[in-house]
Design a protein around this ligand. Sequence first.
Ligand code: GLC
Length: 722
Amino acid sequence: MSEQKIEKLLDKMTITEQIGQLIQLSADAFQHGKAVISGPFVANHMSQEDMYNAGSVLGISGAKTVRDVQSDYLTHSRLHIPLLFMADVVHGYETIYPIPLALGATFNPELAKQTAAMAARESSAGGVHVTFAPMVDLVRDPRWGRVMESTGEDPYLNAVMAEAQVAGFQGDDDTPDQQHIAACVKHFAAYGAPEGGKEYNTVDISEWRFREQYLPAYEAAVKAKSLLVMTSFNTLFGVPATANQKLMRDILRRELDFHGVLISDWAAIAELIKHGVAGSLREAADKALSAGVDIDMMSFAYARYLAEAADLSPELTRLIRQSAKRVLVLKDTLGLFDDPFRGLNEEIEAKELSSSANRAVALKAAEESLVLLKNQGNVLPLSHSTRIALVGPVASSNDLLGSWSWKGENAPMPTLESAFRSEFASVLVASGTDYHAITKSKFNAAIAAARQQDVIVALVGLPSSESGESSSLTDLQLPAEQRQLLKALRDLNKPLIVVVVSGRPHVLGEVNDWADGLIYALFPGTMGAPAIAKLLSGAVSPSGHLPMSLPRSVGQIPVYYNHFNTGRPLTYTPTDDQDRYLSRYIDSPDTPLYPFGFGLSYADLVLTGCQIDRDTVTKDGQVRVTATVENRSEVPGTTVVQLYTRQMVGETVQPVQVQRAFKKVAVPANQSLKVEFVLSVAQLASVHLDMKRRVDLGEYQVMVGLDAANVLSTEFVVREVE
Ligand code: GLC
């Protein structure tokens, strides 16, 4: 539909109908194919007519259900404006791929794009038009349960993954075809930096830091043409994001040139009252609309305009029309005016859902997301004939999907027992403990199984229900019951392989010491079980790398690689009291237990060289950096070569490292590989006190590493003229 036609349609719409396009209702508004007035809708004075006037709904999916609701809805729509269906297809629809934090661990954006495209195919066949993903909030505090939804602590990795996921969901442009869906990048902005890691808590960072480290991933998603953006619950620069004109109008719409639909998070407009920036629902609505929020997700603030539409100011009337237009344009972009049932297809749905092709993608992603942290004495991989005792709460729960796993529970999932039986001749399963409770009988059964077998594989961690939204923790250790079991297993003096299955980094402490083999499995999804079993048998070689630093203690948080140097950096291990006046803790090493970017292979891969093709370069130039990786073993291995830079002097302080590029490479046995990076000087731009990004002249360090901590470096100078 042309813009003129949309304008003509708007001219025909009453103000009430225009406001209707700005209202999003939850799934329970439409039951058995019809609008149902219940609970919150009655309490918010919604009539049946109002319900049918709402422009979108979240949480309904399934070809038949969507067809029934859309068909009934259109009979009540005077101007035949179709209903828009949105859902949280965050890491899969029915086939669930690894949680986004695990996707980050793959360091494989092409694979991330594939998984999103798979989810788009499954969900569009199921009638979904928009997904509330990707979530690209930078995260540095694993106390916050939603770190699972992000791809981690690095602005660059997050930006690369954001772009890949938007392209996967939407197709390579901003007009999704019938096999793709609209992306909604979230949560704008900086929701991942709540004080204390406490859910929904205050975010208070400087604009300079926001622009330098938190904004890039959102910017990448908008550049990749994400059709929607979702506001975040938190405050930023002293104002809740949902009413924040600076954030929404100045930065998002003007600077990032975003013209799509801005939707609030659930009830976030009404929450402006609790935040203390609005005295009434009406004022909350005015503030959100003035900030440019187009759709009100379930706060009824906009719906209340229905009651008071008579006295709207010309400015608010203009804003309402502008927002309604953006919603109509989105519906038109998705082809809904031509076909209100676009994409929806029972036959394709039946074929697509959990298809072997989709499961193959989910398996590959799960395999590549697993991070090998420790392999003492090359205890791994295990031979097929190894007799395994499979213990720990996850061995029996098989809770591998993680939070926000849409319809994942509907799909039959390979269990850990079945997967291990496919890889090993003898497997005994005895969980030994629940996640937070232990019984003598269970405990004794696990010890007995361990005594009987050669190797103990302990699958520990937290359940999906203790991950995701409203799951903040003050204690990141594994539960005491699980540590009690692990200690007893350690005392048996048999090879102990620990697999941590969770949605966040934990404080591993003595578990790290007890484990001979240690693997981090951030909820790996539907195919997580075969991925873990294949990794332990060597059918698959580990290639995951940490997307977040693993802290030694909660006291260390936030601990992340791209920190500033401070005036008293701890660049060595203090030897005596003379050194006490340094930036450090006196009760703990300063480094994380495992650094960002860390991950082992079964091969012995060593970085042996870092060359640069020039030592001076102009601002419009580029440098070529060549890293050499040697495989000093008889088996092939895959690793992630990371390229970091450091600006030695700037107008503001500069991080000691900033990742600029990475390459995931396979290195054949007993061979070495040269990995070349082309680094354009423009990539080195940093935010200045005037809040503008530009490149500074001067000295830069360039580092290559297989993780952020162990790097080889060289330097170059950016000059006006070479
Ligand atoms: C939730 C989340 C958001 C999600 C929305 C709809 O509260 O914050 O990420 O997309 O509500 O479920």
